[in-house]
Design a protein around this ligand. Structure first.
Ligand code: COA
Length: 256
């Protein structure tokens, strides 16, 4: 894998986009490497995954040199091949955190949106340059942006905003925390570590249940959470946690 590095930090797999001289522009080669990385044992066995970028950016988006002279057939094939990686990131069973610094544009922002949580440092610069280039985000970006911020704000960001900073991203709910420059990867790893320490099945089922909400009816959503509860309530992790709680409150009753 030339364009993605994997390292483990305890239960967390950190995937670093590694094409710094091109601001981690998402070429098909990088997308293929990212898909391979998702299949690696270090990632499959991880309790949580962090996505970050090497050098001075998270990612400056799709590789603009690859955008020209494409036939309709090639474009369609792209979505089935390397372009499928955005959906694969979104479909990872374990929780994912994007650690964003510097430019996070176009496809880079779409990749960040495919993660469950986003943390940015104060150097982060967000934006969707696509419409200005005569195209639109097409790696799940419009769908996820609408789910994240609602249709009117999504249209504003897609059509009217050139760039926006980390504080603005936090204000509209695109990122959950803003940290000092240079601290974003460690903060993301810390969050991922906390996620990895939670009962894994409860985390995975909750993630899947939340992901189903936007397309489920209210009744289906309620049914999903009740059925999921029925399953999780029978797990050993739940047994252990409630037994530990009973023990603690028994001790405090006894001691008090
Ligand atoms: N695709 C391919 N290469 C890219 C790229 C992209 N999206 N974004 C940056 N690069 C390359 C540049 O061509 C340059 O390569 P070079 O040194 O071989 O010329 C290198 O990365 C550094 O970029 P540079 O433009 O010199 O940095 P900068 O700090 O002056 O500007 C940006 C940074 C992000 C403002 C500018 O690179 C840019 O506008 N990139 C395109 C963003 C974009 O439109 N992305 C969405 C596409 S849908």
């Amino acid at each position: 894998m030339a364009f993605v590095r994997i390292r483990r930090e305890g239960p967390v797999a950190v995937l670093v986009l590694d094409r710094p001289e091109k601001l981690n522009a998402l070429s098909t080669a990088l997308e293929r490497d990212l898909a391979l990385a998702l299949e690696a044992e270090e990632v499959r066995a991880a309790g949580a995954v962090v996505l970050a970028g090497a050098g001075r950016a998270f990612s400056a988006g799709a590789d603009v040199h690859e955008l020209r002279d494409q036939t309709p057939e090639a474009i369609w094939s792209y979505y089935l091949e390397s372009g499928a990686v955005y959906e694969r990131v979104a479909a990872l069973p374990q929780p994912t955190v994007a650690a964003i610094h510097g430019y996070c544009l176009g496809g880079g922002l779409e990749l960040a949106l495919a993660c469950d949580l986003r943390v940015a440092d104060e150097t982060a610069v967000f934006g969707f340059p696509e419409v200005g280039l005569g195209i639109l985000p097409s790696s799940g970006g419009t769908v996820r942006l609408v789910a994240a911020v609602g249709p009117a704000r999504a249209k504003e960001l897609l059509l009217l905003r050139d760039r926006f900073d980390a504080r603005e991203a936090e204000r509209i709910g695109l990122v959950t925390a803003v940290v000092r420059a240079g601290e974003v990867e460690s903060r993301a790893v810390e969050m991922a570590r906390r996620l990895a320490e939670l009962p894994p099945l409860a985390v995975r089922v909750t993630k899947a249940a939340v992901d189903a909400v936007p397309t489920a009816s209210r009744e289906a959503g309620l049914l999903i959470e009740r059925l999921a509860y029925g399953m999780l309530a029978q797990t050993e992790a739940h047994e252990r946690a409630t037994a530990a709680f009973d023990e603690r409150s028994g001790q405090s009753r006894g001691g008090g």
